[in-house]
Structures are given as C-alpha cells and as structure tokens.
Ligand binder design. Sequence first.
Ligand code: PHE
Length: 452
Amino acid sequence: MNNSDRGSFSGKIAIVLATAGSAVGLGNVWRFPYMAGENGGATFIVIYFVCILLLGIPGMLSEFIVGRHGGSNAARSYDKMSKGGLWRLVGYLGILTSLIILGFYAVVAGWCLQYLFASIAGQLNGDAAYVKDYFATFSSDALRPVLWGVAFVVITHLVVVRGVRSGIERASKLLMPILLILLIVIVIASCMLPGAMEGVWFLLKPDFSKVTGRVMLDALGQAFFSLSLGTACLCTYASYYAKETNLLYAAGQIALLDTLIAILAGLMIFPAAASVGVNPDSGPSLIFITLPSVFQQAFAAMPLVGYVVGVMFYALLVFAALTSTISMHEIGTAFFTEELHLPRRRSAWVITIAASLICIFCSLSVGACDIQVMGMALLDFCDQLTANFMLPLGGMLTCLFVGWFVPKALVKDEFTNQGTLNHRFFELYLFAVRFVCPVCIVMIFLHQLGVI
Ligand code: PHE
C-alpha cells in the first residue's frame, strides 16, 4: 500500500486536535483526579508536571519522529528506522498495550455511557446512599455493564472504519471543542459553590512529606497514560502527519493542552466535592459514586442547573473517552490493514472482537465474577500493568532507540524537517532521550522493586 492510500490529516489544526483527542480522555477526567486525590493532591501534581516536562515531551517527540519517518503502522515504522532489527518488537509491544488498554478503558467508558443515559432520564436523583447503591447494583449486574462496554467498542469501530479524514479527524474536530466548552462551564459552576476554595487549595498546596516511591511511579504512569505515550499511538498518528509539521511544536501544544485539561478536571471535581464535604480520595469510583450526589447537593437550590451540569458532565466523559478509544483502535487497525493486507473494515473487526473480549472479562471482574490476577480484579490489574509498566517500558525503549541507535543525522532531519526548522533545542532533546528519560524510568522501576 503506498502512502497516499493510507490517508493523512488535512492540516495543522487537525493534527493537534486529533492527537490531543487521543491524549485527552478518561485519563484526564477520571484517572487524574482520583490519582491526585489518593496521592496527596498538589504533591502528586508537581511530580506529574516534572514527568510531563522531562520525560513526556521528549518521549512524544521520539514517537513522532519514528512514526512520521516510517509513514506506516507502528511495527513497520520501527522496522524501517532500524533497518530490520529487533526494534520492531517495540512496535508490537505498543500495539499489544493499546489493545489491552482499549479493553479495560471501554469498561469505564461504558459506565459513562450508561450514566449519561441515567442522568438524562433523571435516574441519578437521590441521596448519597442511593447513588452509591445505584453504582453497586449497576456494576455487579452480569449483563448491563458488559453490554455498555461492548457497545462503546462498537461505536469506536464505526468511526475508525470511516478512515483517517472522515472518521478520526471529523470526530476530533467536532468533539474536542464541545468538550472544552463543557469543561469550562462546569469548572465555573463548581468553583462558585460555597466552600469550594478548600478543594482548590487541595490542588495547589503541595506537601512534600507525602512523596514516596509509589507516588512517583503513579505520577510517571499517569503522565504516560495521559499523553498516550508508550503505546505506539503517537507513532501511528504521526504517520498521518505532513512533512512540514513542526514536531516539537506539536508535542509542546498537545502536552500543554492535555495538562491544562487535567487541571481543569481537577478544578471541576475537587471544589464541588469539598463544597459538600466529600473526600477526594475515594478511588476509581470517585466520578460515579461521589459526583452525582455532589452535583445534586451542590446545586440543591437550583435543581435544574444540577440536572444540566450532571448531563453535561457525563456527555463530556463520553466524548473524551471516544476520541481516545478511536486512537487505541486505530493502532491495531492500521497494523492489520498494512501487515496482513486485510481490507480496513476487516482489520477493524479483528481489533473490535479482541478488545470486546478483554472488555467482557474486565467488566465481569469488577462485577458479577471474581476474576483476579495477582490479588487484583482483572480490570485493575490491566490498568496497573499497562500504566505502571508497559507504557513506561515502551516509552523508554523508544527513547533509547531514537537516542542511541538511529543515526543522529536522521533524527536531526526529522526534528528540523530536513534542516528547514530551527535546531536550537535539538541537543537538549537528544540529551533528554539518551540520558534523562532512560535513567529516570529505570530508577523509578528499581525503587518500586525495592532495589534502591
Ligand atoms: N491518553 C488517553 C487518556 O488520557 C488514554 C490512552 C492511552 C489513549 C493510550 C491512547 C493510548 O484517556
């Protein structure tokens, strides 16, 4: 298949929106707030910023460089750059990682979809005990959460089969601006509540006595997860970039947007929670158990506003999740289309079926069946395995690859678009991928294993 058949993004805005669409997702609105809540708020956020700056941006750039140079699916792009070496395996690792993420992510996205309908139908009205019970009943049902999760994978499928421009690009251009507007409206409503400032302080006042190896690993995993880094996703999207795209700018803009949205998500959730005295550390169920009643209590004097904010919130989650699942799906779809020469539609089905199977087991593991791996429900295990191990590993290998194995001139050519762009930051970038990223990631791994 030649390059013009593969499709490409139409321009700069499409590139940033589609890639930001992948990055911005449940990672920002669901995972970031509960991770920050569990790990001491501002302390976690400071470490998270450091990870984004020192490891995230250079890592993103490296994936962009491999992907745009290769102009094909992740495995072949690594192959092309390494001239047939074992580095292809990094591409495979990314494809596998994104498939696992798609499987468990769809479970949570399915919950969001169910909650969107429930909030429209007014079924989430009731006191805190009622909402808690609602979640427990729904999530332990053998069928409903499974169906919603699989439905989410199928919706993703329907976008992906339409191709790069009329599927991925169109969805991102439509959904990303809506998402941003919804988010800002809810942040304003949440911060205006009585007692909201305490929640804002929780996000702003670091307490460095809370820094532990676990907090560092969680912040690292969260940074990679949130940027979609280490899954070959950025590499696959970059294969649809134009030769003129300034990769450094793109990486900077996307990282900034992604971080901004995570912070806005925090500013949406913590002030509302503080206003009604809900603890921010209630874990993954934060947005499903605490938030519905938070919105109701917080807007008790204005029930209609409470209703609208609730519906908007779950619509926002669904949109954010969809632009991300599209990207996870695309990685595998591009791979099967190009490597097995299957029509796009068929390779998309391969991914849809595989992801649906993972989704079914993950969903059952936190509901009707007790499916455990290493003492954790399968869903939590998949989350931990990918975010805290596979993503940092994939990101680190990519940095090592670009930093040490690809000829410097080739990397520089991609970085500067064949010498047409400023190369002021090139040496800094090279230093980061050669030393800073690998050393930091290895140290955090070793620390976690108790070796240092
Ligand atoms: N970055 C996405 C989010 O924050 C999740 C994701 C991970 C997407 C890996 C693609 C690949 O929700």
